[in-house]
Design a protein around this ligand. Structure first.
Ligand code: GLV
Ligand code: MG
Length: 350
């Protein structure tokens, strides 16, 4: 049974705000994670928030069981006292099958529901998880008199969740986006990696043996373990107007491989990534902001085809309506980022 499309944009509870028709598009190059139970980290939040597009208080994995409540209360305190300005304020709550999820939602929506933009749901398995969270949020929004609806973001980190990805994306107008959760996903799928995101040296393809010299070493090229999942996620998200994100890259010291993973995700259609350490913020900023030379090129193409139709040659390369559209994607992103980031505004010469 399907729900009537006429009801999709009606609030699910009397007194709850009407669902959003469009997901707001704001710079979202990095979702920076912090642990609100960690006093030292909590004190740095106002300063870090100035330097990132999204700051996220994490209540789920990496917060130990005995600190779950301290993290929740710490997040409420931060939400009440910090002015986040233009930076989005998100949280990752505990999973729906945990004993903390209900109180996470009740406490957070009741105390800082007007400050939060997005609630990240871990370990989403199917649309039923989104229906449940959607209805419960509508109840809480009505109870606490919220004026704008909270959005939901699913982490793609179970095999069943990947199988159900299109149903998840379509489950509610609250769906803001999704992130790849490579660590839990690897475990759920029985992959044999023991790391958080990134490549694996054993996942390779190899050239054929040389018949004239069969014992000669054969070149191998490492492949990307996450390519398939990222493609699925980008299509599922963009087809409903939601946004796709890379997830965590756990080897904090390996900034080169981190940059490669982020850049692949950027080129494939992701708008941003998680950052787990201050070092990764600069990488995400560099990767998920178009390069100034790409922006200059995009500007040239768009200016040479004022109404976006026909075909022209620029530097020996054919441009038509479709390359014009690609260039618009880059230019729109550059404009969005410049509206928020003076450093990039200057780099782009806007
Ligand atoms: C993130 O939560 C992951 O499991 O990779
Ligand atoms: Mg996880």
């Amino acid at each position: 049974m399907l729900r009537s499309p006429r009801d999709f944009f009606k609030s699910k509870v009397v007194g709850a705000p009407e669902p959003l028709r469009e997901i707001p598009v704001r710079p979202a190059r990095m979702i920076h994670f912090f642990d609100p139970s960690n006093q030292k980290m909590a004190l740095k939040v106002p300063e870090i928030a100035m330097n990132v597009d999204i700051i996220l208080g994490n209540l789920e994995d990496a917060v130990s069981i005995e600190r779950k409540e301290a993290a929740r209360e710490g997040l409420i305190k931060i939400g009440k006292t910090v002015d986040f300005g233009y930076t989005q304020f998100w949280t990752r709550v505990n999973s729906l099958d945990s004993p903390w999820f209900l109180d996470d939602l009740i406490r957070l929506v009741g105390e800082i529901g007007d400050k939060l933009d997005v609630i990240m749901l871990p370990k989403v398995q199917g649309p039923w998880d989104i229906y449940f969270a959607d209805q419960l949020l509508a109840q809480l929004e009505a109870k606490y008199g919220l004026k704008k609806p909270l959005m939901l973001h699913a982490i793609l980190e179970t095999a069943l969740g990947v199988s159900n990805i299109d149903y998840i994306a379509n489950a509610s107008p609250r769906m803001q986006g999704m992130s790849l959760g490579p660590a839990d996903l690897a475990a759920s799928r029985r992959m044999k990696t023991t790391r958080v995101g990134g490549g694996h040296p054993d996942y390779v393809v190899r050239t054929d043996p040389d018949p004239k010299n069969p014992d000669a070493p054969r070149i191998t090229a490492q492949q990307d373990l996450w390519h398939y999942t990222i493609c699925k996620m980008v299509d599922a998200c963009t087809s409903v107007g939601a946004l796709a994100f890379y997830g965590p890259f756990g080897d904090i010291a390996d900034m080169i491989a981190c940059e490669d993973q982020f850049r692949n995700a950027y080129l494939m259609g992701c708008v941003g990534t998680w950052t787990l350490h201050p070092n990764q913020i600069a990488i995400a900023k560099r990767v998920f902001s178009p390069k100034p030379e790409e922006v200059a090129w995009a500007k040239r193409v768009v200016e040479s085809m004022p109404d976006g139709s026909g075909a022209v040659m620029i530097d020996g390369k054919m441009q038509d309506d479709a390359t014009w559209k690609q260039c618009k994607v880059v230019l729109n992103l550059a404009n969005l980022i410049s509206s928020r980031d003076p450093e990039y505004k200057a780099l782009y010469g806007f």
